[in-house]
Design a binder for this molecule. Structure first.
Ligand code: ADP
Ligand code: MG
Length: 383
């Protein structure tokens, strides 16, 4: 999943002909000021943090300015923000438009029905999750013929558009549909789509590109702003590794067990901070490499929860013990292991010789990791 920053999403909009306010990206307050002094961005203008999280408007990450000095000050303030854990490195400057009404339009995939879905709502400008279900119109789109005229008319109706703005919707939806397909998007969202005078303008852009189609769009693989540096390394090594906000490291195998493990830890009051899905591997060196990467995230405790199948318990144990020998003592953390399944006895024995006790109950082991992460007096085994 490649989530694009607003300005990148808008570059796609521009390419396919979705109407936008005039805009420019700046990476410093001086550059921001220059864009308005040059007249590339008209005044009054809006200055928007380019982060992947939503809710910027409410969160102080969207500001308005009337003079070049105000633009500079606003850009400076926003570039100093950490918005929902993301450092702001870029701002988008756009002409401020007089908005008549804020609408919502999106095309996404309905994975259970296996078709694209057109979503429209006359209640735009607020997060769609907060809009009542009955105020959102959902139309499944047949992927081959694409958007039909009647579907566009129904969308227009649901948005309460008439006259010129209503006419403007049809080409806009066509452009979105073309972009959705040509760019292999899994989501294209405009929130708000603003009625401005007689026309429609996309004021925000959220575009997510389907990862599996990455090979068709080599340009997107250069976009890494949604990954942490460690996730970036993991990606290069083809390790399934995700960083979260918490402090417990989780190593499991298979997406199902990994997710269930995160849930169990959360259930017992723990905060998973990084997780690793070993998937199916029979190479202890790969396990070792993955584990060392996790160590770099400096978890307070690690929970190894493995169900041995293709990935045998002894392979995991061997890789783990090898890796542990390479972690400097000052950086070690308590480790709680629960390994079941293929070659379980051998795995437990390898861990035991390295001084790690394997527990068998999921509840007990989860509680033990949570306790270890919360206090310096480590529970369970140790690394
Ligand atoms: P977010 O969804 O992160 O809150 P938006 O891009 O949707 O950020 O902006 C929040 C609000 O700011 C919009 O709902 C709109 O009211 C206002 N806004 C954004 N861009 C403009 C613009 N170019 N002109 C006028 N108002 C704007
Ligand atoms: Mg928005």
């Amino acid at each position: 999943m490649v989530k694009l920053a607003e300005w990148r999403g808008k570059e796609i909009f521009r390419k396919y002909g979705v109407p936008l306010p005039p805009g420019r990206v700046a990476r410093s307050p001086a550059e921001a000021e220059q864009w308005v002094r040059d007249g590339r961005v008209p005044l009054p203008c809006v200055i928007k943090a380019q982060v992947l999280a939503g809710g910027r408007g409410k969160g102080g990450a969207v500001r308005f300015a009337n003079t070049p000095e105000e633009v500079r000050a606003a850009a400076q303030a926003i570039l100093a923000l950490e918005f929902k854990g993301e450092r702001v490195r870029e701002v988008l400057l756009e002409g401020k438009l007089a908005i008549g009404k804020e609408l919502y339009v999106a095309i996404t995939l309905d994975r259970s029905a296996r078709v694209p879905l057109l979503l429209t709502s006359s209640q735009g400008g607020v997060e769609i999750e907060t809009v009542e279900d009955s105020a959102i119109v959902r139309q499944p789109i047949h992927p081959f013929p694409g958007l039909a005229a009647y579907e566009k008319r129904r969308a227009s109706q649901s948005l309460g558009l008439t006259g010129a703005a209503g006419k403007a919707l049809s080409p806009l939806l066509d452009a979105l549909w073309t972009a959705f397909n040509a760019e292999d998007a899994e989501l294209i969202e405009i929130n708000p789509l603003a009625v401005v005078g007689e026309g429609l303008v996309a004021l925000d852009a959220k575009v997510i590109i389907e990862d599996d189609a990455g090979f068709r769009h080599p340009g997107y693989s250069e976009i890494r702003d949604d990954r942490t540096p460690l996730e970036e390394i993991a990606r290069e090594k083809e390790i399934a590794f995700v960083q979260l906000d918490g402090d417990i490291g989780v190593i499991a195998n298979g997406a199902g067990l990994t997710m269930a493990t995160l849930d169990v830890l959360t259930e017992f009051g723990g905060h998973p901070g990084v997780f690793l899905d070993l998937g199916g591997t029979d190479d202890p060196a790969k396990v070792s490499e993955a584990f060392l990467l996790m160590a770099q995230a400096r978890p307070r405790a690690v929970f190894l929860n493995i169900f041995g199948g293709v990935t045998r318990c002894d392979t995991v144990a061997t890789g783990l013990v090898q890796a542990m020998g390479q972690i400097p003592p000052a950086e070690r953390f308590p480790l709680v292991a629960r390994i079941r399944g293929n070659n379980e006895v051998e795995g437990i024995e390898i861990l035991r010789r390295a001084g790690i006790t394997a527990l068998s109950s999921l509840k007990e082991s989860a509680q033990s990791v949570v306790a270890a992460a919360q206090g310096p007096a480590a529970a369970g085994g140790h690394a």
